[in-house]
Design a protein around this ligand. Sequence first.
Ligand code: C2E
Ligand code: CA
Ligand code: CA
Length: 641
Amino acid sequence: MTVYQYDVCSFLMLVLMLMSIVLRKLYNGSVHRTFMIFVILLLGNTVCDMLSAAPLTAFSPGVRNALREGGTFVYFILHASIAPLFTIFIGLSAGTFYKFIGQHRYTKLLFSLPYAINIALVLSNPWTHAVFRIVDGEYQRGEYVIVTYIVGFFYAIHTFFYLKRFRGVLDRTSIAALLSIYPYAFAAVIIQYFFPRHLLEMFAYSIAVMTILIFVIRPEKMLNLAVGSKTMAAFWGDMKNIFLSERKYNIYVIKVISDSSVIQLYGINMHDVIMRELVSRINSRVRTLVPKGVSCDTYYLNYGLIAVSIDSRYASKDAAAQIFEVVSEKIHTDNFDMSLECVVCDIAIPADLPSFESVISFVDTFEKSNISAGSFVYGELTQQEKIKMSFDIDRYIRKAINNKSFQMYYQPIYSVKDNKFVTAEALIRLNDDEVGFISPADFIPAAEKSGAIYEIGEFVIDSVFGFIEKTRPYGVEYIEINISAMQCMNDSFVDEIKQKLLDFGVSNKSVNFELTESASSILEDVLKRTVSLLHAEGIEFSIDDYGTGYSNLHRIMSQPIKIIKIDRSLICELSDDKTRAVLADTIRMIKSIGIEIVAEGVETQETAQWLIDKGCDFIQGYYYAKPMPEDEYLAFLEKTS
Ligand code: C2E
Ligand code: CA
Ligand code: CA
C-alpha cells in the first residue's frame, strides 16, 4: 500500500502558497512570475503523483489503470521541468541568467539538452517503458528512471555554479533558503529510493518552496505601498543585476526640488499622496513610450527622489523631457492646486556610469546638488561647471586628506566686556592645486555624506589642540571648534576627545564646541548624550547658526549650553526696523536665561555698535577680522592684546 498522504499535505501547502501569491499580487517581474510558475508546476506534479499512487478504489480497474498510466506519464513530464525551472529561477534572482544564456551561441543548447533528453525519454515511455510501467494498477520503476535524477543533478550543479560565482548579489539568508531545496530533495529521493512506497519528494519540494516564500520573496522590502512603486532596496538590487548581466539600461533620476517645503507645508501624509500621484503619472507616461510587454520599473528612492529604468533598446530620446513634462504639470488635490519644480537626468548605463559604485555616487550627488529645473542627459548635467565640481568634490576631499592639505584658519571674536579678542573660531580651509579654494560650506556636507567627516574632524581637533598653546601668552581664553553632528553620533567620540586633551596637554577650558541648531533639533537624543558626557568632562558648548531653523529656546535650555551664536542671515537684515525689533527681543530673551551671545557676520561699525548696545557679549565678523592662518592670527593677537 503506497503512502500518498505526504502528497495530500504537499497539495494543501501548495494551494495555500499559490493563494498567497495571487492575493498578494506577487507575480510581477520575471523573478516572481517564474516562482509562481514553479509553484503551479509542483501543484500539477503533486496531483499526478497522487493519481499514480492513491487507491482509486471508486474506479473500475480499467479506468484506474488509465488514470494511473496518464497521471504517472504527466508526472514525469512535469517532473522533468522542476530542476531546470528552479535553476532559471535562481539565475533570475541573482540577475545572472541573461548573462549566462547570452554568453555563447551554444549555451542555450547546452542548457536545454539534458532537459530535452529527459523529455524524450518520458515521451517514448509508452513504447519503451524506460521510465516506468503500470502493472495491475501498480507503479513499477523503469530501468532508465535514474536518468531523470541525473538530469536533476546536472541542473543542481549549475545552480551551485551560479550562486558561487555571483555570491555578492544575494544576501546570505536568501542563498541559504534557496539552497535548502537540495538537502530536502536529496533526503526525499534517497528515502524514496529505498522505501518506494513513501512518496516524499513532492512534500520535500513544498517545504523548500515555503522556505523560499518566507525568506526570499519579501515584497514589503521591494514595494513601497505608500507611493505605489518599487523601493530603494529594489533599485539597488536591480542595478546590481543590470551590471552583472551586462545589459544596457537608461535610468531616469527625477528630483523634486521643492520636496522639503512640501513636507513642511503639507505634512508627510499629503507628501505621500503627492508622490503617489507623481509616480502614477510617470508610470502611465512611460508605458506609452515602450512597446507593450517591455518592463520598465519606477522606484521611490528617497524623499522627492524617483527613478525609472527602461531597457535601452526601447528608451526613446525624449523620455526625460516627457517625464519632466508630466511631473511639472499642476497637481490638483481636494484643497489646493500646486506645481512642483523638478530636475530629470537621463543616464545611459553602462556608457555614462560604468559601475554600480558610480551610480551610488551619482545619485548621492544629484540628490544634494542644487541644479535648477529642467531635463538633461548625463553629459549636459555634468558639464555645468558648478555641478561638475560637486560631482568631483569627494575626490578633492580624498586628495586633501591624503596630501594633508587642509589648513586651519582662525577668526578672532571680539569680547565686549574685555574690549579685546579673547576667543576665536577655528575654520577649516581647502585649497586644491587644480581648482583652487573650495568652501567648507560645500565640502563639509559632502564629507558628512561620504563619511570623510571623521578624518576631517580628527584633523581639525589635532591641529587646533596643537596650536592652542601658542595663543596662551596673548590671553586667549578658548577656541571655538565646529563639530559636525555626525562626529557626535560616533560612539567613541567622547573617549577620543578625552584622550586628545591628555595627549596634547590641553585644558578642557580652552576649547568650546560649536554644534549647529538644526543638528541639535534633529538628533536631539543622541546629541544630548554626547553633549552631557563631554560637559561632564568640563567642555562647554555653543549653539551655532541660531535663527536659521525653527529656533526653539526651550529645547536649547534643556541642554548644557553656554553660548548662542546668532546667525549671519539675521544680522545682515538689520537695516529693516521689524528685524531689529525681533532681534532685540531675541537677545533679551537669551540673556534672560543666562546664555551668552555671539553675533556672527558683523560687517559694519553701525551693526557692531547696535548689537553692543542691545547687550551682545561677543561680536564676530569681517568688521573686526576675517579668518586668517595661524601666523597671521598670532601677529593679530600681538598687535591687539
Ligand atoms: P559657520 O560655523 O557659521 O562659520 C561662520 C562662517 O561665516 C565662516 O565661513 C566665516 O568665514 C563666515 N564669516 C565670518 N564673518 C563673516 C562676515 O562678516 N561676513 C560674511 N559674509 N561671512 C562671515 P566659512 O569659513 O566659509 O565656513 C562655512 C561653514 O563651514 C561654517 O559655518 C561651518 O558650518 C563649516 N565649517 C567651517 N570649518 C569647519 C570645521 O572645521 N568643521 C566643521 N564641521 N565645519 C566647519
Ligand atoms: Ca561655527
Ligand atoms: Ca554660524
